[in-house]
Ligand binder design. Structure first.
Ligand code: NAD
Ligand code: UDP
Ligand code: UDP
Length: 338
C-alpha cells in the first residue's frame, strides 16, 4: 500500500505522466531470501546501490555473513537468520525468492523448494507483494531438445537422486503459477542456467568452483565421466541484471537466464588451465547418476521481452572469480608470508 500511495504521489507530481524508474525504485522494500548466498549477495549489492531497503532472510545453510558484511550498519539493510520452511510475517513490496540448497551435495531430502516457496507466496499474497522465483535449467532434466526453449517441458526422473532439486523447483513453478492464476499474485519466474563468479561456495562440488579451487591448490582437475557433457556458464553480474529486469518488467515468464556459450567439461578445464595454471593435470572420475548430457539456453524470449542478454564471456569472467578464490583460499599476501 505504501508503495502505491507513493507512486500515485509521484505520478501526480510528474506532469509528463511517467514515473522515472530511479524514483520508483527508491520507494521499494525488498525481501531477498537466500541473500547471504552467492547470487543473492550480488543482487543485494545492486538493490542497495539503487537505493532500496533490503531485508535478507537466510539460515546460512550455504550462505555466509561475510558476503553481506559490507552492508552491516546501513539502516537500509536488515539480515534475519530464519529458515523459510517456517512462516514469517513482514511488510514488503517485492520478494526475490532465492533460498534453496543449490548444490547436489546439499539438496537431497530438503523441503525448502516446496514449503519455503509456499510460505513466500503466502507472504506475497498477504501483503500484495510481487514475487520472483529463481527456478533452474534443471527443470529441463536431461533434455531431449537442444538448446532448451521455455516451451519445452523437460525430461526429469521423478525418483532420481537429483529429483529433490529439479522436481522441487518444478513444484515451486507450479505453486507460483497457481498463486498467480488463482489468487492474482504478481509472479515472475526465472530459469537460471549454470552461473559462476566471486563469492561462489568453494567446496560445494559445482564444476567451475571445483576446477578453480583445484587449479589454485595445485590439485588435479576432476573431470566426471568422459568430460564431453556440455554446460553454458553465465557470469553472476549478467544474471543479476536479468533478474532485476524480470522483476521490474511486465512479463511473468518463465524466462531462461543463461549464457548461450556452450562448453564441454574438457573445454572448461582448458579455459581454467589457460587462466590459472597451464600445467594443471586432469583426472577422470566416474560421473554422477542422471547427469544431463547437454545444456544450453535459448534466450530469444529474454532478449525480446526483457531486452536482456549476457555481456561477460567465460574467458572474461573467470579471472574475476579467480581473484576472489585466491584471496579466500590463501588469504592476502601478508597472511601467506606470515
Ligand atoms: P547459494 O547456496 O550460494 O545460495 C542459496 C542461499 O539460500 C544460501 O545463502 C543458503 O544459506 C540459503 N538457504 C538455503 N536454504 C534455506 C532455507 N531453508 N531458509 C533460508 N535460507 C536458505 O546458491 P546460489 O547459487 O546463490 O543460488 C541462488 C538461487 O539460484 C537458488 O534458488 C538456486 O536454485 C538458483 N540457481 C542457481 C544456479 C547457479 O548456477 N548458481 C543455477 C540455477 C539456479
Ligand atoms: N505465510 C507466511 N507469511 C505470511 C503469510 C503466509 O509465512 O505473511 C505462510 C503461511 O503460514 C502458510 C503459507 O504461507 O503456511 C501459505 O499461505 P496462504 O495464506 O496462501 O495459505 P493458507 O494459510 O491459507 O493455507
Ligand atoms: N563436473 C565435473 N567435475 C567436477 C564437478 C562437476 O566434471 O568436479 C561435471 C558434472 O558431472 C556435470 C557438470 O560438471 O556434468 C556440471 O556440474 P555442476 O554440478 O556444476 O552443475 P549441474 O550438473 O547442476 O549443471
Amino acid at each position: 500500500p505504501t508503495r502505491r500511495v507513493l507512486l500515485e504521489g509521484l505520478e501526480s507530481m510528474n506532469v509528463g505522466g511517467k514515473v522515472p524508474l530511479g524514483l520508483k525504485s527508491k520507494s521499494q522494500r525488498i525481501v531477498v531470501t537466500g541473500g547471504a548466498g552467492f547470487v543473492g549477495s550480488h543482487l543485494v549489492d545492486r538493490l542497495i546501490a539503487r537505493g532500496d531497503s533490503v531485508i535478507v532472510i537466510d539460515n546460512f545453510f550455504t550462505g555466509r555473513k561475510e558476503n553481506l558484511a559490507h552492508h552491516f550498519g546501513n539502516p537500509k539493510f536488515e539480515l534475519i537468520r530464519h529458515d523459510v520452511v517456517e512462516p514469517i510475517l513482514l511488510e514488503v513490496d517485492q520478494i526475490y525468492h532465492l533460498a534453496c540448497p543449490a548444490s547436489p551435495v546439499h539438496y537431497k531430502f530438503n523441503p525448502t523448494n516446496v514449503v519455503g516457496t509456499l510460505n513466500m507466496l503466502g507472504l506475497a499474497k498477504r501483503v500484495g507483494a510481487r514475487f520472483l522465483l529463481t527456478s533452474t535449467s534443471e527443470v529441463y532434466g536431461d533434455p531431449l531438445q537442444h538448446p532448451q526453449v521455455e516451451t519445452y517441458w523437460g525430461n526429469v526422473n521423478p525418483i532420481g537422486v537429483r529429483s529433490c532439486y529439479d522436481e522441487g523447483k518444478r513444484t515451486a513453478e507450479t505453486l507460483s503459477m497457481d498463486y498467480h492464476r488463482g489468487l492474482g499474485i504478481e509472479v515472475r519466474i526465472a530459469r537460471i542456467f549454470n552461473t559462476y563468479g566471486p563469492r561462489m561456495c568453494i567446496d560445494d562440488g559445482r564444476v567451475v568452483s571445483n576446477f578453480v579451487a583445484q587449479a589454485l591448490r595445485k590439485e588435479p582437475l576432476t573431470v566426471y565421466g568422459d568430460g564431453k557433457q556440455t554446460r553454458s556458464f553465465q557470469y553472476v553480474s549478467d544474471l543479476v541484471e536479468g533478474l532485476m529486469r524480470l522483476m521490474e518488467g511486465n512479463h511473468v515468464g518463465p524466462f531462461n537466464l543463461g549464457n548461450p556459450g556452450e562448453f564441454t567439461m574438457l573445454e572448461l578445464a582448458q579455459v581454467v588451465q589457460d587462466t590459472i595454471d597451464p600445467n594443471a593435470k586432469i583426472e577422470f572420475r566416474p560421473n554422477t547418476e542422471d547427469d544431463p548430457h547437454k545444456r544450453k539456453p535459448d534466450i530469444s524470449k529474454a532478449k525480446e521481452l526483457l531486452g536482456w542478454e549476457p555481456t561477460v564471456s567465460l574467458r572474461k569472467g573467470l579471472p574475476l572469480m579467480v581473484t576472489d578464490f585466491r584471496q579466500r583460499i590463501f588469504g592476502d599476501a601478508k597472511d601467506n608470508i606470515a
